[in-house]
Design a protein around this ligand. Sequence first.
Ligand code: NIG
Ligand code: FE
Length: 442
Amino acid sequence: MSPRTEREPVDLLVHGAAEVSTPTGSTPRTGRSLADIQVHRGAAVAVRGGRIVDVGDEADLRRRFVAARELDARGGTVVPGFVDAHTHPVFAGTREDEFEMRTRGATYLEIAAAGGGILSSVRGVRAATRADLVERVLTRLDRFLELGTTTIEAKSGYGLSIEDELKSLEVLAEARRRHVVEVVPTFLGAHDVPAEHRAHPAAYVDLVEREMLPRVAASGLAEYCDVFVEGHTFGIDASRRILERARSLGLSLRIHADQLSLLGGARLAAELGAHSADHLEFVDDAGADALAAAGVTAVLCPVVPLFLRLEREAPARRLIERGVPIALSTDFNPGSCYLQSLPQVLCWAALRYRMTAAEALTAATLNAACSLGRGKRLGTIERAKDADLVVLDVPNHLHLVYEHGRNAVRAVVKSGAVVLEREPAVHNLGAREARGSNGHAP
Ligand code: NIG
Ligand code: FE
């Protein structure tokens, strides 16, 4: 070993991992390359200034670096911090009553038509103070972090008036300042038509296009604009008007597309150069080809149809075959998916979509980061990327889709800081394996 003085100082060394598993690159992976991950066995990760300095053989890294702090992965698996590219975290009350109604046979659209659904969450947000919403969002960000998610896209969309949409975006801005989870804000004023405009929905489209969007763009509070393009909410023409206006004001686009019917949301996303088309349960081959040709990422939410008791699921394998970049997300919201766990989404993507562990990992890290315009900085464990890492108490990456229901997150690193660390259980398999494989006591 070279003398201690010649070793380069780093802030953090994550060591003792059975595997460091990661996609590579900074552009979305498609087709067969969705499964091309790198599995570094016995590897460590060196971190300085919030960035990854190197990843590779632990003995080699120890020869070259001296770390101010070490994080022992105890025989677990290290993956990139998960990126959830579709969430709706700004809400005040929950909607477990609607879940029960569906259990007894009601449908999502029936509940919405009766004034429940999105509009029930709108009543909650309008009645809530900013401070109350901030506290709720911060608690939700804690939960995302505990589940290994280090970056989320987060939508407004339960305000549906200028004041309440701006309030929701301000809540996200404050939560972002106060929490380590990176929050990418999206304006979703066109989530539904609020009760006061139900008699004249066109007036609400005008309001979004002519008043809300200029105010939102001027506020600098949103990076993206999204529209729920659907028969009972916003049709293709109204959606195009809103999204074109958003784009002209400098916002990038995401679209809730072809979720409950084949309305043409995917084709609209391709036509407008949206960063993502989300849900896509009803997308057809022409829509898929349009997405592939335009390089629009399909953000799939496999738990939503299960939660809503809808049979139709996104044709994930067909989308992959046709070259569409795939991301996986929770769609966390109080109505159609009260779930914050991306690891759980990965399990369901394997079961329902037949995605392999490697494909699911890429979809929930690199591809999700790319869909948020952050592929250069996030989504993989490679030199010069931000050090966003999750240490999982599992012996290899195949467990990502194999073991259900346990939160296997042992530690989380965001921008180089160890922001979460759990004590291992006493009879811990990962710990025993770590002792056997690299000699580090737990
Ligand atoms: O992504 N599709 C539209 N929006 C949500 C549902 C929101 C709600 O029901 O509150 C979704 O599924
Ligand atoms: Fe959604």
